[in-house]
Design a protein around this ligand. Structure first.
Ligand code: NAD
Length: 544
C-alpha cells in the first residue's frame, strides 16, 4: 500500500518550439501533415472504453479545403447517449477510490506522451481539422494541453493538502469528494487544449464524464482520447460521443445523476443549457454545478502616452491571429486622435505583410475560418459595415469560400461607438476602431465599460501610470483577464488564470486551482476522542 504523502512540484510551462526553417520539428510536422492529409480515418464513439459505430455518419473536412475529407465520424443516437451515461456512472466508483496521486500520474503521463511522442500528431490534426497555422497549433494543442495536465496535478496537491484546524480533542478533516453523479462536458471548436481540459480537470478530481465534442474539432479530439488511453486512463472515465448538441443535451440533461456541466462555447448555447437545467431541477439528486465560459467583445484601449508601433502590433496579433477565432481576440479598439495616423499606418503595413492561405504552406499567417456558417456570419457583419454611413472599411473586407473559408483581416473605423461591430461578438478577423478625442479619455473609458454585455478580456496601453491606474479602476468589471501594455490574448496556464464574468460566463478560471474546486463537494469529518458524558452545561441548574 502506498502511504506516501505526495506533492507535485510546481511545473514549468512547456517550451514553445519554433518550427523555423532547418529545425528537426519542422521536418517532422511537415511529414505528419502529409500523412494525415493523405489518409482518411474513421472516428467511432468511445463508450466504456469500447469503440461504437452507429452507421449514422458525417464528414470531417478541412476549413482551408472543404472538399478534402479528413475523417468520417459516427454520431450518437439516444441509445448511445444513455449507454455513455451508464458507462460514466459504472466507472465512477473504482475511479474515485483510486488514490488521487495515481489519477494525477495518468495525467502527467499523458503530458509526457504529448510532449515527446505525439506532439506532431495532435498539432497536425489541429492544423488540418481546425485551420491553425503551426505556431497557433503548437501553443494550443501541444503546449497548453500539456500545461493543463501538469499544472492541474500540482493545483490538486495544493487543494488536497488544505485541511482545517484540529485542537487535540478531535481531529478534523476535509474529504474532497468528487461530485455525486457524472459530469457532462461540452467543448468548442477553437482550442484543442480547452476540449481536453474540460474533461481532464474534472476527472483528475475523481469524477467521470460524458463528453460531447465539437463536430469541427473531431480529428484532434479523437486523437486526444487515444493518447489518454495510452496513458492508462481506465475505460468509462471519459465517454466520447460526437453528434448533434441539442439532441445529446436533451437526453443527458434529464438524467437524475447529472452532477455538473463543464462548458465552453457561445453565450447563446450556455443560456440554452442553463435554461434546460432549470426546467429539470426537480429531476436531479443534487444541484448541478454549472461552469460555463463563453464569448467576449474584447478591447484594446490606448492612452495618448502609448507607443503607436507597440499598439499596432498588439492590435494585429490580438485581432487576427487564428483569424480572430479566440474568445480573447481583440475586436474593438479605442485610439486617441493624436495617435491615430501613426497607429493606422503601422497597422496597415503589418497586416499587408501577412500571407493568407492553407496552413500547410508555412508562409501563411492567416488561414481559413472554421466553416460555412461562420464564414457567412462574419461576411454579413462586413457587408453591414460596408453599407453603413457611420463606418468605413480601411483594410480587407473580402472573402472567398470557393475552396476554403478565407476572409481577409478586416479593419472597420466607425464614428459611432455603439456601432453593431463594436458590440456583438463576431468571432472572425474583424477589428472595429473608434477614434476618440484625447481630452475625452475618462469619458471614453466609461463608454468602453458600458458598450458590450461581455466581460472577458481587455487591454490598456499607457506609459502614464495615473492614466493606467484610472483604466484599471474604471474597467474593473469589463474584463476578467486584463492586460497592461500587452495584447488581450495568449493567457498561459499557471500564469494568467482564464475566464470572464458578465455575459462571458461563470469566471471559474481555467488553469488555476479555482476551476478544480468546482469539481469537488467537500465533506467535513470530525472525530472526537473523548465523547461527552453529560447533558448539562456548567451555567445551568444553579440559581445565583
Ligand atoms: P458553440 O456554442 O456554437 O458550440 C460549443 C459546443 O456546444 C459545441 O460542441 C456545440 O456542438 C455544442 N452545442 C451547441 N448547441 C448545443 C445545445 N443546444 N446543447 C448542447 N450542446 C450544444 O461555440 P463554438 O462555435 O464551438 O465556439 C465559439 C464560442 O466559444 C465563441 O463564443 C467563443 O468566444 C467561445 N469560447 C469561449 C472561451 C472562454 O474561455 N471564455 C474559450 C473558447 C471559446
Amino acid at each position: 500500500m502506498n502511504n506516501a504523502i505526495y506533492n507535485f512540484r510546481e511545473p514549468k510551462n512547456e517550451p514553445v518550439l519554433t518550427y523555423a526553417k532547418g529545425t528537426d520539428e519542422r521536418s517532422k510536422i511537415l511529414e505528419e501533415l502529409d500523412r494525415q492529409y493523405n489518409s482518411s480515418i474513421e472516428i467511432p464513439l468511445i463508450i466504456g472504453g469500447k469503440e461504437v459505430r452507429t452507421g449514422k455518419t458525417g464528414k470531417v473536412v478541412m476549413p482551408s479545403d472543404h472538399h478534402h475529407v479528413l475523417a468520417t465520424y459516427h454520431m450518437a443516437g439516444e441509445n448511445e447517449i444513455k449507454m455513455a451515461v451508464n458507462a460514466a456512472l459504472e466507472a465512477k466508483n473504482a475511479w474515485m477510490n483510486l488514490a488521487w496521486m495515481e489519477r494525477a500520474a495518468i495525467m502527467i503521463r499523458a503530458a509526457e506522451l504529448l510532449s515527446k511522442k505525439h506532439r506532431y500528431l495532435l498539432n497536425a490534426a489541429t492544423m488540418l481539422g481546425q485551420g491553425k497555422n503551426i505556431y497557433q497549433a503548437e501553443i494550443d494543442a501541444a503546449c497548453e494541453t500539456i500545461d493543463y495536465l501538469r499544472f492541474n496535478s500540482f493545483f490538486a496537491s495544493m487543494i488536497y493538502s488544505e485541511q482545517p484546524l484540529s485542537d487535540g480533542q478531535a481531529i478534523n478533516r476535509l474529504e474532497y469528494r468528487p461530485l455525486e453523479g457524472f459530469v457532462f462536458t461540452i467543448s468548442p471548436f477553437n482550442f484543442t487544449a480547452i476540449a481536453s481540459n474540460l474533461n481532464t480537470s474534472v476527472v483528475l478530481m475523481g469524477n467521470t464524464t460524458v463528453w460531447k465534442p465539437s463536430t469541427t474539432a473531431l480529428l484532434s479530439n479523437y486523437y486526444f482520447m487515444k493518447i489518454l488511453k495510452e496513458a492508462g486512463l481506465p475505460d468509462g472515465v471519459i465517454n466520447f460521443i460526437p453528434g448533434p448538441g441539442p439532441m445529446i443535451s436533451s437526453v443527458v440533461l434529464k438524467h437524475p445523476d447529472l452532477a455538473g456541466i463543464h462548458f465552453t462555447g457561445s453565450n447563446a448555447t450556455l443560456n440554452t443549457l442553463w435554461r434546460q437545467i432549470s426546467e429539470n431541477l426537480e429531476l436531479y439528486k443534487s444541484y448541478p454545478r454549472i461552469v460555463g465560459e463563453t464569448g467576449g467583445k474584447d478591447f484594446i484601449f490606448a492612452h495618448n502616452s502609448s507607443n503607436p508601433v507597440e499598439l499596432a502590433s498588439s492590435i494585429a496579433r490580438g485581432a487576427f491571429e487564428y483569424q480572430g477565432q479566440k474568445c480573447s481576440a481583440a475586436s474593438r479598439a479605442y485610439i486617441p486622435r493624436s495617435l491615430w495616423e501613426d497607429t493606422k499606418n503601422e497597422l496597415l503595413k503589418m497586416i499587408g505583410e501577412a500571407g493568407m492561405g492553407s496552413e500547410r504552406d508555412f508562409r501563411n499567417i492567416i488561414n481559413a475560418v472554421i466553416d460555412e456558417p461562420a464564414f457567412d456570419r462574419i461576411m454579413s457583419y462586413i457587408e453591414f459595415a460596408r453599407s453603413s454611413d457611420s463606418a468605413q472599411i480601411i483594410a480587407g473586407g473580402k472573402g472567398d469560400k470557393t475552396q476554403g473559408y478565407f476572409i481577409e483581416p478586416t479593419i472597420i473605423v466607425t464614428t459611432d461607438p455603439h456601432f453593431r461591430t463594436m458590440e456583438d461578438e463576431i468571432f472572425g478577423p474583424v477589428m472595429t476602431i473608434y477614434v476618440y478625442e484625447d481630452e475625452k479619455y475618462s469619458e471614453t473609458l466609461r463608454l468602453c465599460d458600458e458598450t458590450s454585455a461581455y466581460g472577458l478580456t481587455g487591454s490598456i496601453f499607457s506609459n502614464d501610470k495615473y492614466a493606467m491606474i484610472e483604466a484599471c479602476r474604471t474597467l474593473r468589471y469589463a474584463a476578467g483577464n486584463f492586460y497592461i501594455n500587452d495584447k488581450p490574448t495568449g493567457a498561459m496556464v499557471g500564469q494568467q488564470p482564464f475566464g470572464g464574468a458578465r455575459a462571458s460566463g461563470t469566471n471559474d478560471k481555467a488553469g488555476s486551482h479555482l476551476n478544480l474546486l468546482r469539481w469537488v463537494s467537500p465533506r467535513t469529518i470530525k472525530e472526537t476522542f473523548l465523547p461527552t458524558t453529560d447533558f448539562k452545561y456548567p451555567f445551568a441548574g444553579i440559581q445565583k
